[in-house]
Design a protein around this ligand. Sequence first.
Ligand SMILES: *[C@@H]1O[C@H](CO)[C@@H](O)[C@H](O)[C@H]1NC(C)=O
Ligand SMILES: *[C@@H]1O[C@H](CO)[C@@H](O)[C@H](O)[C@H]1NC(C)=O
Ligand SMILES: *[C@@H]1O[C@H](CO)[C@@H](O)[C@H](O)[C@H]1NC(C)=O
Ligand SMILES: *[C@@H]1O[C@H](CO)[C@@H](O)[C@H](O)[C@H]1NC(C)=O
Ligand SMILES: *[C@@H]1O[C@H](CO)[C@@H](O)[C@H](O)[C@H]1NC(C)=O
Ligand SMILES: *[C@@H]1O[C@H](CO)[C@@H](O)[C@H](O)[C@H]1NC(C)=O
Ligand SMILES: *[C@@H]1O[C@H](CO)[C@@H](O)[C@H](O)[C@H]1NC(C)=O
Ligand SMILES: *[C@@H]1O[C@H](CO)[C@@H](O)[C@H](O)[C@H]1NC(C)=O
Ligand SMILES: *[C@@H]1O[C@H](CO)[C@@H](O)[C@H](O)[C@H]1NC(C)=O
Length: 893
Amino acid sequence: MVQPRLKSKTLTSALATFFLFFLLLWRCVLSDNELVDYEAAYLKKLRKAIFPAPSNWFTATNMCDWSRVICTDGVNGRTVVDINLSSMSLNGTLPSGLNNALLNLKTLDLGNNSLTGPLPSFAGLSLLQELHLELNNFTSVPHGCFQGLKSLQQFSFTSNTNLEPWTFPADLTDSIELRILDLGATNLAGSLPDTFDSFPDLQILELSDNNLTGLLPKSLAKLLKLRSLYLNDQKLSGKIEFLSSMTQLKYVWLQGNAFEGPIPDLSNCTNLAELYLDNNRLTGAVPPSLINLSYLEEVFLANNSLQGPMPAFNKNVDTIILEGNGFCLKHPGPCDYRVTTLLQVAEAFGYPFQLARTWRGNDPCDRWSFITCDIQGKIRTVNLTNLNLTGTISPAFGNLSDLRELHLSGNNLSGSIPESLTTLSQLKILDVSNNNLSGIIPTFSSSITLNTTNNHGLVDRSSPPKASPPHPSTPPPSPTNRARLTASRTTPLWIKLGAGAAGSVVGIIVIFGVIVFNRKKPLGLVQKIVLRRKRKHVDHYVENLIKSYSSLSLKRYTYKEVKKMTKLFSEKLGEGGYGIVYKASLADGQQVAVKILKESKGSVEEFIDEVFIISRTSHMNIVSLLGFCYEKNKRALVYEFMHNDSLNKFTYKKESSNGLYNLDWNTLYQISIGIARGLEYLHRGCNTKILHLDIKPQNILLDEHFHPKIADFGLAKICKKDQSIVSILGTRGTSGYIAPEVFSRTYGGVSHKSDVYSYGMLILEIIGGRHNYYESKESHTSELCFPDWIYKDLEKGNVPTRCLLDKEEENGMVMKMTLVSLWCIQPNPLDRPSMGKVIDMLEGSLESIPYPPKPVLFSPERLVSQYSDISYSNEHETSSTTTEEIDLEKGLM
Ligand SMILES: *[C@@H]1O[C@H](CO)[C@@H](O)[C@H](O)[C@H]1NC(C)=O
Ligand SMILES: *[C@@H]1O[C@H](CO)[C@@H](O)[C@H](O)[C@H]1NC(C)=O
Ligand SMILES: *[C@@H]1O[C@H](CO)[C@@H](O)[C@H](O)[C@H]1NC(C)=O
Ligand SMILES: *[C@@H]1O[C@H](CO)[C@@H](O)[C@H](O)[C@H]1NC(C)=O
Ligand SMILES: *[C@@H]1O[C@H](CO)[C@@H](O)[C@H](O)[C@H]1NC(C)=O
Ligand SMILES: *[C@@H]1O[C@H](CO)[C@@H](O)[C@H](O)[C@H]1NC(C)=O
Ligand SMILES: *[C@@H]1O[C@H](CO)[C@@H](O)[C@H](O)[C@H]1NC(C)=O
Ligand SMILES: *[C@@H]1O[C@H](CO)[C@@H](O)[C@H](O)[C@H]1NC(C)=O
Ligand SMILES: *[C@@H]1O[C@H](CO)[C@@H](O)[C@H](O)[C@H]1NC(C)=O
C-alpha cells in the first residue's frame, strides 16, 4: 500500500522539477528580463517619469539588477519586492497604475525627494509593509488609494506641505497591522474619524502640524500600545483623560490645541518621557503623581489656565511651566486655604474654563469672577448663577466660613446639597433653584433664605418618605451623573470595553510586532523631522522669554558658536562647582571667559530668569555677564575676561612672582573693601537680592589694576540643587568658607549672613596668606585653626604678632581687617554684621570697631560627615532639606 504511493509521489516531483527547469531555461532564452510584462512596463514608465533616475537603470538590461530595486522569486518568475529611492533629489510625478503592476511590492521608499503631483493608487497591494513618501511635494491623495493594504506596518507621509486639504484616510482601516503612522504636516483637515480601533498595534501616531479640528474620537483610547502621540499645533479640542489608560506612552505632544479639562492622572504611564501640553486650555491643579514619574525628561505646561500649587519637578526634568498659567505662587508651595477651597469647588464642577480664566494666583479677592469679598478679604458672596455648570456642589463650600450668600441657580448641577453648608454660620441666602439636584435637603437654620425650586430630585426632610427614599448621605446620582462624577478618577467604561475587545487581537500581533520592530535602526527620516521640530519648539520659548526681557542687551550664543569661540574648549581657565571655565574670544577679538554649566537640565524659565537677573547686576566689583547659551542639554555663561586671574592664585602660590605677599597692605585692604562693596551690592539688590553662597578666593577675580570682581554669583540660584554644597565639599580647600548654618539646621537658616561668614574667612586668609602662614603648616591641617591663631595673637598684644609691620598706618589696616573678619565669622548669623556695616567698619576708625567675642569654631569634619551621612543614607531627606533651604532663601529676599 505504501510503496506505490511513494513511487507516484517521486515521479510527480521529478516531473515538476523538470518542468520548472524547462520553464526557467525557456525564460532565459526568450527574455532578457525576468520580470513579468506589467512589472517591467511600470518600471520603464517610472524611469521616464522621475529625474534623475539612477544611471544604471539605463544600462542594466535585467531590471532586477537595477540599483535600489530588489526582486525575489515569485510564482511567475522574478518579481519586484523592494524599491528604495530615498534622498535622491528626485523630481517628477509618479505614474499611475502602480497598484496594477507591482503586485508583490513589500517596501516602497521614496522619502526626501521633490516628487510632485497626485499620488498613484496603492489600493490592493496586500503585501506592502512599508510605504515612505515623507518629505516630498505631492499635491493630492486620490480617494480610496490606501484600500486593502492588509500588511501595511508603516506609512510615513510627513511633510508634504503642498497637498490640497484632505481628510484622514478612512480607507486605511484595512491596515490592521499598522504600527507607525506619520501624517504630520500633510494639510489634513476636518475631524478624525472614529476608526482607530482598526489599529490595535499602533505604536507611533504622528498627526501634528495639520489643520485637524474637533474632539478626538473615542476609539483613540483603544490604542493601548501607543508609545508616541504627536497631535500638536492644530485645532483639536475636548478632554484628554484617555491618556491615563495608554500605559506605554513615552512621547506625548499635544501642545498648541484647544484641549481642556484637568491634566489626567498619568501615574500608570510609567515610561513617560516627554509631556508637551503647553498652549491649550487646560485647567485645574497639576496631578501630584506626575512629578513622581521616573523617566520624565521634559514637561511643558506653559500657557494654559492651570491652577493650584506650582508643581515641583525634579531638577533633571527640563520644564517650561510657569508662563501663562494661574498657579497660586511662582514657586512650589501650598496655596492660601481660600484658594485651596475654591479650587475644590471648581474641581467638583470639572474645573470649567470660565472659572479658571480669572481664578488665578493666591488671592480670591483679587479680581476673581463670581467672588465678592469684604474689605478685610473675607469671602462674602459666591454668585455662580446661570453659568451652565455641571458636576456637583462641593462640600468644600463649608470651609468658606465667612460666606453670606451662595447663588448656584440656573445650572445643571446634580447630586445632593452637602451637609457641610449647614455649618456656615453667617449664611443668609442659599439659592440652588433651577438645577438637577436630588437627595434630602439638609436642615438649615431658619434665618437662611433657601430656594430649592425646580430640582425634581430634592426631597424635604419633613415631607413623608416616598416608596424608596434615597439614602440620606449618598443620594444615588442618575447613571449619567455617576459617570460624570467618577470620570476624573476611574477609567471610563468605554475604554475598559475597548481594551478587552482589542486585547485578544493585540496579543497575536504583539509577537510579530516585537520581532520585526526590535531591529535597531539609526534615526529614520521621520525621527529626524520630529527632533528638528522639537528644537524649534523649545527655541521658540527661549526666544520669547528673551524677548520679554527686551530692555537688556544680552546675547544668546548657539552651542556651535561656543565651541568655535573656545576653539573647541582648548584653553581651560579653571573649574568650579558649577562647571568648567574656558578662555574664548568673540568674533570682534574681545577676550571672554565661558563657563559651561554642569547642570544642564531643569526649569528653562528659571534659567533664563536667573541669567537675566545676573545680567542686570552692574557694579565695578562684579564680573559682567555678556551672554549665554541655551540649547537642549547645553547651558553656558559668557563673562568678561579678567587679566589677573583669581585671588586664589595669589594666596597659595609661593613661587608666583606676584603672590599676595608681594602686594602691599594697602592693596590688600582695598581688595577687601572692593569685595565687600560687591557683596553689599548683591545683597542690597534693586529687584532681586542675590545670595552668592560660594565666596572663596577662586571666585574673586582681579583686573589689571588689582580691582576685585566677584564671579559666579547667582549661580547658587541657577543651580539651586544641593550641588553647590556638595561640590564645595568635594573641593577640600574650600569647605572652610561655608557658614555653619549651610551645613546644619541647628545654626539657623541660610541667608546673606552666610556670605558674610565666607567673606570673613576669606579676609582672614588674605591676612594669613600675606604672612606665608601656610608655609609653616602641614598641608592637611585645617585652615580653620588660623583664626584661632590670629585671635591668640590679638589677645597677646592687640596686633597679630607675626605681622611685623613697618608703618603705623598699615598696622591700622591689618587690625581693622582682622577685627571685622572676626565679627563676620561669629557662629550665630545674628551676631555677624551686614555687608554694609562691614564697609562702614573698614572705612571708619579703628577705635569705633568693638572688640569681637572669640568665635567658637565649629568642626568642619564633624559637619561634613554629618552631611554625607544624610546624603548617602537618605536621599529623600536631603532633597527635602534643600527645598526648605530654598524657601528660606526666598523668604529672605
Ligand atoms: C528636475 O530635475 C532636473 C535635474 O535633475 C532639472 O533639470 C529639471 O529642471 C527639474 N524639473 C523640475 C520641474 O523641477
Ligand atoms: C532606503 O535606503 C536608505 C539608505 O539609502 C535607508 O536609510 C532606508 O532605511 C531605506 N529604506 C527602507 C524602508 O529600508
Ligand atoms: C535628504 O536628502 C538629501 C540629499 O538629497 C540629504 O542631503 C539630506 O540629508 C536628506 N535629509 C534628511 C533629513 O535625511
Ligand atoms: C512644490 O511644488 C510647487 C508647485 O506645485 C512648487 O511651486 C514648489 O516650488 C515645489 N517645492 C519644492 C520644495 O519642490
Ligand atoms: C485650515 O482650515 C481653515 C478653514 O477651515 C483655512 O482657512 C486655513 O487656511 C487652513 N490652514 C492651513 C494651514 O491649511
Ligand atoms: C492604574 O492601574 C491600576 C491597576 O491596573 C488601576 O487600578 C488604576 O485605576 C489605574 N490608575 C489610573 C489613574 O488609571
Ligand atoms: C448673580 O449673577 C447674576 C449673573 O451675573 C446676576 O444677574 C445677579 O444679579 C447676581 N446676583 C447677585 C445677588 O449678585
Ligand atoms: C450649556 O452646556 C450644554 C452642554 O454642555 C450646551 O449644549 C449648551 O449650549 C450650553 N448653554 C449655554 C447657554 O452655554
Ligand atoms: C426661587 O428661584 C426661582 C427660580 O430662580 C424664582 O423664580 C423664585 O422667585 C425664587 N423664589 C424666591 C422666594 O426667591
